[in-house]
Ligand binder design. Structure first.
Ligand SMILES: NC(=O)c1ccc[n+]([C@@H]2O[C@H](COP(=O)([O-])OP(=O)(O)OC[C@H]3O[C@@H](n4cnc5c(N)ncnc54)[C@H](O)[C@@H]3O)[C@@H](O)[C@H]2O)c1
Length: 378
């Protein structure tokens, strides 16, 4: 089978951690042209990943009839207009989450997708995380999820969310979990209720048409010591718990291994040893690595002059395992599945523009609930 020919718009953070290395190694994808407004960065990335063509004007990329699909990884406010341009130019689109910051912009992408008859995949990559696919399989062998708890927590308020207005973490990050819950329950949300203790530290509860209830704990305040995500699924009788994508524990399932461990995700530039460690030791290895990195960063911040091995500590942290990208959240599998479907002319299983719209509606309903203090019917 051949490879789908891709263009990429945006070679910033997520492209460097995922799309560039993943397009370079995905069996069904070939990256022909990269585009970014920042010429120097574009040249560096295109050289590094041997991308044959580069342009600072996305219209040049779209004018190339050989390009079949475009990955759009710019920023939250620009992804919808660019996705619409790609569709209008006759390209399939693989667009970063959130599809857009407003419901109206998501609706415009859905309309453009219908007009163009091309596929839109939103990068809700968790649908392709191996641990979550197994969790869904187990859940549906036991009547489907009835009660779900999800925690998603990170250093957002001090990290990448610092530049965002207070309270929008639910649009930028929790959108992933709204999509995941719809996918896990095979159902639409019926109601949503959100309360906060402070901005970007909140609990959302949802009811689903399937009868499942779910709660999401979202916090942007924790340290990197804490694993970022945890899923708990109570089914008819059995329960499945997944810790940070590396360890699945099954309770009450006859004939099912109680613990399954998943190797993590690698980046060609970074150290690899976490993968066999996760496969062998699971969550304990992840806890130890996160703890070590956190302690090292605290020591560097608080007492650098007292450290005899300061340079080694700095080198370790800079050589940087990126904690968020060490576990397999499904990025490569999601992209390669899309590419394979483009080659085969088969409808992909990725989240669609409609799924992006549904997640956006839930995020805005959560904000409405938080502000009104009322349950919102959706
Ligand atoms: N799926 C995931 O796990 C995941 C993880 C991180 C970020 N994201 C999402 O990815 C998106 C990008 O985030 P990021 O951190 O990479 O942003 P970034 O700012 O680091 O990179 C965006 C890049 O796009 C370029 N760009 C912007 N407009 C452009 C245009 N019109 N033409 C060409 N280039 C243009 C910028 O110059 C920049 O280099 C965001 O929507 C974010 O929420 C997804």
């Amino acid at each position: 089978m051949g490879k789908a020919i891709f263009g990429l718009i945006g070679v910033g953070g997520i492209a460097q951690s995922q799309h560039l290395p993943n397009l370079a190694r995905a069996p069904h994808a070939f990256l022909k042209t990269a585009c970014d407004l920042r010429g120097d960065l574009l040249a560096a990335m295109a050289d590094k990943y041997a991308v044959p063509h580069r342009t600072t004007d996305h219209r040049q990329l779209l004018a190339d009839p050989e390009i079949q699909a475009v990955v759009v990884a710019t920023r939250e406010d620009q992804q919808a207009p660019l996705a619409i341009e790609c569709l209008t130019a006759g390209k399939h689109v693989y667009v970063e989450k959130p599809l857009a910051e407003t419901v109206e912009a998501c609706e415009a992408v859905v309309a453009a997708q219908q007009r163009a008859g091309k596929w839109v995949a939103v990068d809700f990559n968790r649908r392709f995380a191996p641990a979550y696919r197994r969790a869904a399989e187990l859940a549906w062998s036991d009547g489907g999820p009835k009660n779900i708890h999800y925690r998603i927590s990170d250093t957002y308020v001090r990290g990448w969310g610092r530049g965002c207005p207070p309270g929008v973490r639910v649009i930028h990050e929790v959108c992933h979990i709204f999509d995941l819950l719809r996918w896990l329950t095979r159902s639409e949300a019926a109601s949503i209720y959100t309360v906060k203790s402070r901005d970007d530290d909140e609990i959302t509860t949802l009811t689903f048409a399937s009868g499942c209830v779910a709660s999401i704990t979202s916090s942007g305040y924790v340290t990197t010591d804490l694993p970022k995500e945890r899923l708990e699924l109570i089914c008819d009788q059995g329960t499945v718990i997944v810790e940070e994508f590396v360890e699945l524990r099954a309770f009450g399932f006859r004939g099912v291994e109680p613990v399954t461990r998943y190797a993590g995700h690698s980046h060609p530039d970074r150290e690899y040893s976490h993968k066999p460690l996760f496969a062998k030791v699971g969550a304990e290895a992840l806890y130890a690595m996160r703890r070590t990195a956190w302690e090292l960063s605290v020591s560097l911040a608080e007492e650098p002059d007292a450290l005899p091995d300061l340079a080694e500590r700095q080198r370790f942290l800079q050589s940087g395992q990126m904690w968020n990208y060490m576990v397999d959240k499904g990025w490569l599998a999601a992209l390669d599945h899309f590419a394979e479907c483009v080659v085969a002319g088969r409808t992909p299983e990725n989240a669609t523009a409609r799924d992006g719209l549904a997640a956006s509606r839930l995020a805005h309903a959560a904000i409405q609930s938080r502000e009104s203090g009322q349950v919102v019917r959706v």
